[in-house]
Design a protein around this ligand. Sequence first.
Ligand code: C2E
Ligand code: MG
Ligand code: MG
Ligand code: MG
Length: 269
Amino acid sequence: ESKRRGRGCVTLFNESMRQDRKQRRFIERELRAAILLDELDLHYQPLVDLHGTVMGVEALVRWRHPLRGTIMPGEFIPVAEQSLLIDRLGEWVLRRACRDAASLPGRFVSLNLSGAQLKRDAVVETVRHVLAETGCAPERFTFEITETVAVSATPAVLARIVALRALGLRIALDDFGTGHMGLSALRTLPVDGIKIDRSYIQAMGTDEVASILVSALGAIGRARGVPVVAEGIETDAHLAMAKVAGCSLFQGYRIGRPAPLRVPLARSA
Ligand code: C2E
Ligand code: MG
Ligand code: MG
Ligand code: MG
């Protein structure tokens, strides 16, 4: 697992550590300090249109641990989500992204919003406050919410999603296909984009039903006038099939890997 993540990345906190209460407390303390000490970092991954033009980026958080190197979000986001730490982390991410947005002219910036953050009433006010404080246009930002979170949204969570949109932010469904949302929910759900999970994109070559589902989502996106993102584009074949299926934005290692802001965004697709 850690090998796949590339050089310089380590597996620090595995599943059993996360389950252990004492260990979790330890990670929480370390992470709390990391936020205060600015040891977090945002990497950006490009999203390109049919012509390969970079239309936007997704911000992905990394933890630059002074002793252990880069720790990936899969290892600490789940821990942060079990405490109020995810609110601090989410606020840090938004503030940093607002600052970075100046270096990304004309591009939208996508941020991942945790379901845990949406459980708090304060989330809308925090977002409004950070945007006002940094002078960032809300229209440039998209919050990605996983399909799983959207499908289990309580009326209060839905109201917060609506309130965030009212601020001018966009909402996109992330990892679509991994939850259990009926397609009919896409008729009415207040979303501005659909990101199809990479498992569907990568299955298209061998699984005809996956291709049909991606095409259907492409058609639904066109009908609703919202972009449909193909995630996990790793090969030319993935890209070609996602285009045929009618996706409008493309994201994945073949297009560009998540990288610090100073690295150029994408090689031409
Ligand atoms: P996600 O939002 O679905 O982000 C996409 C993940 O897929 C990223 O992993 C990205 O590096 C990876 N990816 C991109 N292209 C490819 C590809 O072609 N092939 C493969 N195999 N993977 C690809 P990463 O950065 O490890 O992030 C994992 C998850 O952690 C994210 O999934 C998101 O749910 C969460 N996350 C990341 N940053 C934040 C954050 O700031 N806040 C919150 N709440 N969650 C975050
Ligand atoms: Mg995402
Ligand atoms: Mg995703
Ligand atoms: Mg994901």
